[in-house]
Design a protein around this ligand. Structure first.
Ligand SMILES: [Mn+2]
Length: 235
């Protein structure tokens, strides 16, 4: 059986000397019928193109904060740690993948990368917004859903999940500020934070602010996102 090759982007640890990737991302793609392939970072455009030419789909994973310079802002006090090497690689990768209509699912930082790569911006630290926002970095176990999101009924995301309101886990302290022109909002939490974006044009590009990879085994609405990526990557 032919399985679509899904490129997965790792993060770095130990002062950026080692790659690391939570196995749940790999397991979710495997369970959905994809063939996961871990993609190392590169600053070389030609090399990134070569990797992309071998991929049927792309999974952008969670990680550190994005360098605000990439969306034209100076760092605020609440900004967390950044990995400039990953950011520069991943922004270019996301731009090239978008141009070539490689089906892409971005999770957490992955959603933020998709948005910034296409010209959008981020809220650097939600806690600086005071008590008007929910707790978006939960203390609960990672797979446990702690807040609700409302899915826009005219969105592609709604076609995948077929529910208007779902409960999700939440492990982010940044969020989308301005949505990039190519994207539209697909889901929001009750405090007005953007929790999902998707491509307005042709091609499957979906960004999810929560962490379905932590919930896929027990939560159908999380598993459906990986099924959708693999299905689109077979086309
Ligand atoms: Mn959230």
């Amino acid at each position: 059986m032919k399985k679509p090759v899904i490129g997965i982007i790792p993060s770095q640890q130990n002062q950026f000397s080692e790659y690391k990737l939570k196995k749940v991302y790999v397991q979710a793609v495997q369970a959905a019928g994809g063939l996961p392939l871990l993609i190392p970072f590169s600053a070389d455009r030609e090399l990134i193109q070569l990797y992309l030419s071998r991929l049927d789909g792309l999974l952008l994973t969670g990680g550190l904060d994005l360098d605000p310079y990439l969306y034209g802002e100076e760092p605020e006090p609440g900004l967390g740690a950044i990995d400039p090497e990953r950011d520069h690689f991943e922004i270019l990768l996301a731009q090239l993948a978008y141009q070539q209509q490689v089906p892409t699912l971005g999770i957490c930082k992955g959603l933020q990368v998709l948005n910034v790569a296409a010209g959008g911006s981020l809220i650097q630290d939600l806690s600086s917004r005071g008590e008007k926002v929910y707790q978006h970095y939960q203390d609960a176990p990672r797979a446990y859903p702690t807040h609700q999101v409302t899915i826009n009924q005219s969105s592609n995301l709604y076609r995948i999940i077929q529910k208007e309101k779902i409960r999700v886990n939440s492990l982010h302290h940044q969020a989308i500020k301005e949505v990039a022109p190519n994207f539209r909002v697909a889901a929001k939490s009750g405090d007005g934070i953007i929790e999902a974006i998707e491509n307005k044009g042709p091609g499957f590009v979906l960004g999810i602010q929560w962490h379905p990879e932590e919930m896929w085994a027990e939560e159908r609405t999380a598993y459906q996102l990986f099924l959708a990526l693999v299905k689109e990557s077979k086309k």
